[in-house]
Design a protein around this ligand. Structure first.
Ligand SMILES: [Zn+2]
Ligand SMILES: [Zn+2]
Length: 237
């Protein structure tokens, strides 16, 4: 499986990532990544940009040196009612929004019931297209319920390459469970690098290994080709 886009990329704007868009474009070209999404953290992570950042992503050209740039956010789930920390008047301006749990943000619950409710409710936000790193062991969820809901609500679950490599230890087994359930229910998967420095863009090896292991079909991976991607994200250019 070849991937056409890296939908999970942080820039210096996140406050704890280390590359500019120009540097990311340079690496994207070197690695053959044709499309990437700028998805900096929502405002409740310390050092992350304010909502103005997400309002003004239109200043980023659609193409730089033939690399296509999508405008996104990695919003934080902030409660169990489906709330995120990027306001709606910003979300309407983005190509897509991802949402997930981060222990440095303001969400405090750590029990399965509340986390599951929070993750399923955020899928009802019409702007949220991808749930980031749902296999994070710090936020246990009922995998069966979450994957079934993702299928029903047409939201993709992320296989986050970084979770297998150097962040969120203990994710691997959970990601395998999620991936197997995604196959069972026919839910969509998004594979992202979660790059915090340009050199990590397009690093998908471990996530792809998992996708192959559980035999996820290509048409269920939203970034496996442009048509599926633009259709899934409802992007009309
Ligand atoms: Zn994240
Ligand atoms: Zn991230």
């Amino acid at each position: 499986m070849e991937l056409v886009a890296d939908l999970h990329v942080h820039t210096v704007a996140s406050g704890h990532a280390f590359s500019t868009i120009q540097e990311i474009v340079t690496q994207a070209r070197l690695k053959g990544v044709k499309i990437f999404g700028v998805t900096d953290h929502g405002p409740s992570v310390a050092g992350a940009p304010s909502f103005h950042h997400f309002r003004t992503l239109r200043f980023i050209p659609r193409y730089i040196d033939d690399v296509m740039i999508l405008r996104g956010a990695e919003a934080n789930i902030i409660d169990d009612k489906g709330g995120v920390d990027v306001p709606e008047h910003c979300l309407t301006r983005l190509d897509y929004t991802m949402a997930g749990f981060h222990d440095v943000a303001q969400y405090r619950a750590r029990d399965i019931k509340t986390n599951t409710r929070a993750m399923i409710n955020v899928m009802d936000n019409p702007y949220v297209k991808i749930i980031t790193h749902p296999g994070n062991p710090k936020f246990p969820i009922d995998y069966d319920e979450v994957v079934a809901a993702a299928k029903e609500k047409n939201v993709a679950l992320e296989l986050n390459n970084s979770s297998f490599v150097n962040t969120r230890p203990g994710s691997s087994i959970n990601c395998e469970t999620i991936a197997r359930l995604a196959v069972k229910y026919g839910a969509f998967i998004s594979i992202g690098s979660d790059a915090h420095i340009s050199f990590d863009i397009g690093n998908f090896d471990e996530a792809l290994k998992m996708a192959r292991k559980v035999e996820i079909s290509e048409e269920k991976v939203i970034n496996s080709n442009r048509e599926i991607l633009f259709d899934f994200l409802n992007i009309r250019l």
